[in-house]
Design a protein. Structure first.
Length: 118
């Protein structure tokens, strides 16, 4: 088997594994569910966490779906437990899609109004 074939098979296997980890979901729906379930009260409106927020930073650079799901369903610390009775598997996948969609914000120096501040 050629190196090209091995690489192609590896790529397909990796793509299948990633798809198995994160179900099909909608970031738009996820944002709505994130707000409805008040995830922002601990994790911030864009997953930034922070001093006033009790929860850790969850975006950008979200955990893999399996770890994210585990933490929501069976949290390790003070986070309330969200069983499928309260957040369905689809809603959880949608929330994850929203969290993953959050991009790194611009640095203050790259925002004209802030860059020119004293």
């Amino acid at each position: 088997m050629s190196m090209h074939h091995l690489l192609a098979i590896s790529a397909l296997a990796f793509a299948s594994a990633v798809q198995a980890q994160a179900p099909a979901a909608s970031a738009e729906r996820g944002k709505i569910v994130y707000q409805k379930n008040m995830c922002f009260t601990c994790h911030g409106t864009v997953g930034q966490g922070g001093e006033r927020n009790a929860g850790p930073k969850i975006a950008p650079n979200a955990w893999p779906y399996a770890a994210f799901s585990q933490q929501v369903r069976r949290p390790r610390q003070d986070m309330p437990r969200y069983t499928a009775q309260f957040v369905s598997d689809q809603e959880l996948a949608d929330i994850y899609a929203y969290v993953v969609s959050i991009k790194v914000g611009r640095a203050a120096k790259d925002i004209p109004l802030l860059a020119n501040s004293p």
